[in-house]
Ligand binder design. Structure first.
Ligand code: CMC
Length: 442
């Protein structure tokens, strides 16, 4: 299956009958099926047929689109991109291959891979004028705020790739976004710590280049450790796409109006920033710092269970996974490898995280609700060991997720069924009221 031959659902023979008890009216609703996973009841004609909406805040039972990019079975803890298990991609592939896979539908052959890498490498520099934008931010600005602003501004710099009706421009914009995001992320970091900007280097691979732009200084070249670049690349793979989550749905919704891809990705970054989504990796490390030592774990577990306390165990629980998040399993293993390569030895935060995980997984509150560690639980420890400050964690998530957002956006724009996204509501405000002139208001 290639991306050019856009996949679509199948209308099955199966139907579901909806009976409106009050009137006795019945309505036949078609059942749609995909390749695998739950089928869906087609309610597109429901309003026209019945004058009623469906109600699903948080979209827990709603499929918003067809997609052939990513499959998740949350009960079994399965994550696949275009059919390939995340464990295999993390172990045997690299981020550039995964980008190609997500964008084009298949893993590249050697020639396709070399060409794709060359294309991405040729787009890593940003317009020199864009650098001035950074200087408009306060030095203590959170790098995510810089990332949102500067990504949105890309549409002002790359006019020749904002016509979404042109397939070539869509592809150029996709490549530009994937290639420039590491540069923008590194520039945001450099600006926030007052160091000079470092230009990209075309002789380095994607992960190495990002580490170089982030950690090199003119006075001293950053020493690239293969274990660290490999771990960076793996982190990028693990965050590349994750189906219709909040930020991806935001990108699709923004794009459904015909907005340009740079603006859509800026919208996705904003959505990712929240602590219930991509902001959780930063929140996990802050939480571990607050817990401080193993003897305080019971106190924080009790707080997480207390419904009168807003505290939640960060890095735990997931809307879809009701099992161990497969990405967390890979990251936990990576933590040991990277800490050993860096000669960190015993990392107290990793010890604390493992003990916290053990305690939570033995507690009926977490067991009954199927709350397991998610991708953010271990990523922060790994990133910290690699030298990233916590404020950069969500930036790294955004950098890696850009390919997923872009591929999902492209898939949506190329889907002939695509219409502007326009949810309805259950209006609960006042009914019609007569306007009261000022003199009559109390
Ligand atoms: N700590 C304590 N209780 C929790 C937690 C948690 N981390 N997560 C869920 N619960 C409880 C929740 O209080 C509810 O209990 P009850 O049934 O008694 O009311 C039950 O579990 C179901 O939770 P929910 O809030 O209805 O679940 P949701 O699907 O709406 O939310 C979530 C999913 C990820 C927002 C939530 O689990 C959470 O806030 N986790 C912490 C933040 C986090 O780690 N986010 C990263 C998600 S993975 C990366 C990404 O997608 O960006």
């Amino acid at each position: 299956m290639t991306a050019e031959r856009a996949a679509s659902h199948v209308e099955t023979e199966e139907t579901v009958t909806l009976t409106i008890d009050k009137t006795g009216e019945t309505h036949q609703l078609r059942v749609l099926s995909g390749t695998t996973g739950p089928s869906a009841i087609d309610v597109r004609d429901l309003y026209a047929q019945t004058g009623m909406f469906t109600y699903d805040p948080g979209f827990t039972s709603t499929a918003s689109c067809d997609s052939s990019l990513t499959y998740i079975d949350g009960d079994a803890g399965i994550l696949r991109h275009r059919g390939y298990a995340i464990e295999d991609l993390a172990e045997h592939s690299d981020f550039m291959e995964v980008c190609y896979l997500l964008l084009n539908g298949d893993l590249p052959n050697a020639k396709q891979k070399a060409k794709f890498e060359h294309t991405i490498t040729n787009h890593t520099m940003v317009h020199e004028q864009l650098m001035y934008l950074f200087r408009g931010f306060r030095r203590d600005a959170h790098p995510m705020s810089i990332l949102v602003g500067v990504t949105g501004a890309l549409s002002a710099f790359y006019h020749d790739s904002t016509d979404i009706s042109d397939a070539h421009q869509r592809m150029v914009a996709s490549h530009r976004l994937i290639a420039k995001m590491p540069t923008i992320a590194a520039l945001a970091y450099k600006y926030s710590i007052g160091q000079p900007f470092v230009y990209p280097r075309n002789d380095l691979n994607f992960a190495e280049n990002f580490l170089h732009m982030t950690f090199s200084v003119p006075a001293e070249e950053y020493r690239l450790l293969p274990e660290v670049s490999r771990a960076m690349d793996r982190i990028f793979i693990l965050h590349a796409d994750h189906e219709q989550n909040a930020s991806t749905s935001t990108v699709r919704l923004a794009g459904s109006s015909g907005a340009n891809p740079f603006a859509c990705i800026a919208a996705g970054i904003s959505s990712l920033w929240g602590p219930a989504h991509g902001g959780a990796n930063e929140a996990v490390l802050n939480m571990l710092g607050e817990i401080g030592s193993k003897d305080r774990i019971p106190e924080f577990i009790a707080r997480a269970k207390d419904k009168d306390d807003p505290f939640r165990l960060m890095g735990f629980g997931h809307r879809v996974y009701k099992n161990y998040d497969p990405r967390a399993t890979v990251l936990r293993k990576s933590c040991d490898e990277v800490l050993a390569a860096l000669g960190v030895g015993d990392e107290p935060l990793l010890d604390l995280a493992m003990e916290l995980e053990k305690t939570a997984l033995a507690d009926p509150y977490f067991v009954e609700r199927k709350l397991f560690p998610n991708v953010d639980f271990y990523s922060g420890i790994l990133l910290k060991a690699m030298g990233f400050p916590t404020s950069m964690f969500t930036v790294l998530f955004a950098l890696a997720r850009t390919v997923g957002w872009v591929a999902q956006w492209k898939e949506m724009v190329e889907d002939p069924k695509q219409r502007i996204g326009r949810p309805r509501q259950l209006y609960v405000g006042p009914d019609e009221r007569k306007f009261v002139p000022m003199a009559g208001r109390r």
